[in-house]
Design a protein. Structure first.
Length: 393
């Protein structure tokens, strides 16, 4: 079922004029991609060209003097943020959840894994593959964090708390894609080559979160995203359990708990920004929400389906893995977490931003309900990730 909320939502930037953009699912509030990427690839003129984003690129919107705020938070970040990293020796590794290729029982364990996977429907695999590809585009997310003024890793091995966090966060996240990738490979249920191509395209395309090198926007974005991934991996865990695969449920649940820990760290950074600079932070929050939180894999492409991300998101919505309601719930959670309603002493613009974000969750829900009332019968379409078997959107 495709909800049609996105075009109802306030937006500061025009989307592409392609007619099917009006049909995009609302839950990801994502930016558009141009179809020219596909044509360019086919024509062979510029084979390296990925699908393109259409937003105007806006850079360095944080006033330079505010960089001092982040420098002054160095010690605070060491004591309050780095503590949310787990020492490597205490971390789980993908191998803990997978058949051991060096053991006698390897063949048998793989057979059992494949038997369990047979009980899981195709639509679940579409969502799990999309989640895995999202995790596998990790180079893009480390790059995104290192675009942020005042907190970027200036050398690649910088010892600032911000840089230490970003590298260790990346290293923790790296296990997520690894684990899901190896599980999916062993399951025998999916077209690994198509999946690998999609990952290559996606990393080549990057992402456009519209955070403008601005760490206020960047950390609001990551707070939202960590919670979104916590919710979606939690839901794939729940569904795996429903399908009788407790080992896959454990895999997804373990990843979800990492995301929760990361959410705690990023929301703490923004909480501190609210304390130091409430006006600037509430305006950044409103700005980010007006632009909508695009999902990290919104530029996804498999060489075939020009609307792959939209289709994957619609399956995720139908299965209840990540929905328009989740988007509103996350926003409401963050408004409460940062006590936005209780902020006082704001400027006029700050108060308008406060009113906007506090009223937004109920506006999104109203639009969602209206869209659900108008929902039409969903089509069934092929996904290359599962050998072009068809899945209902
Ligand atoms: Fe992750
Ligand atoms: Fe994460």
């Amino acid at each position: 079922m495709a909800l049609k909320l996105n075009h109802c939502m306030p937006s500061s930037q025009p989307l592409s004029s392609r007619p099917n953009h009006r049909l995009r699912s609302p839950k990801f509030f994502m930016a558009s991609t141009l179809g020219s990427g596909l044509k360019t690839v086919e024509n062979g003129k510029k084979p390296y060209m990925p699908p393109r984003e259409v937003h105007v690129q806006v850079t360095h919107t944080m006033p330079p003097q505010k960089i001092e705020i982040f420098k002054s938070m160095e010690d605070w970040a060491e004591k309050n943020i780095l503590v949310h990293l787990k020492p490597v020796e205490k971390c789980w590794q993908p191998q803990d959840f997978l058949p051991d290729p060096a053991s006698e029982g390897f063949d048998e364990q793989v057979r059992e894994l494949r038997e369990r996977a047979k009980e899981i429907p195709d639509d679940y695999f579409v969502v799990l593959v999309g989640d895995m590809i999202t995790e596998e585009a990790l180079p893009t997310y480390q790059t995104m964090l290192n675009t942020l003024d005042g907190v970027r890793d200036e050398t690649g091995a910088s010892l600032t708390s911000w840089a230490v966090w970003t590298r260790a966060w990346t290293a923790e996240e790296n296990r997520h894609g690894d684990l899901l990738n190896k599980y999916l490979y062993l399951s025998g249920r999916v077209d690994m080559r198509q999946i690998e191509k999609t990952t290559q395209y996606l990393i080549g395309s990057g992402m456009d979160p519209r955070t403008e090198n601005n760490p206020y926007l960047g950390f609001i974005y990551t707070s939202f995203q960590e919670r979104a991934t916590f919710i979606s991996h939690g839901n794939t865990a729940r569904l795996a359990k429903d399908h009788g695969d407790l080992k896959l449920a454990q895999i997804c649940g373990t990843i979800a708990s990492d995301e929760k820990r990361h959410e705690t760290a990023y929301t703490k950074i923004v909480e501190k920004l609210f304390e130091i600079d409430p006006d600037g932070t509430v305006m950044a929050f409103a700005d980010m929400m007006r632009k909508k939180i695009s999902m990290p894999a919104h530029l996804m492409f498999d060489g075939q389906d020009d609307n792959l991300f939209k289709h994957y998101s619609e399956v995720a919505q139908r299965l209840g893995v990540y929905t328009a309601k989740d988007y509103a719930d996350i926003l409401e959670f963050l408004v409460g977490r940062w006590k936005v309603e209780k902020l006082t002493g704001l400027s006029g613009e700050g108060r308008r931003a406060q009113d906007y974000v506090c009223g937004l969750p109920s506006r999104i829900r109203r639009l969602e309900e209206r869209a659900q009332g108008q929902a039409k019968e969903s089509p069934t379409i092929p996904f290359s990730w599962i050998f072009n078997r068809k899945v209902k959107l």
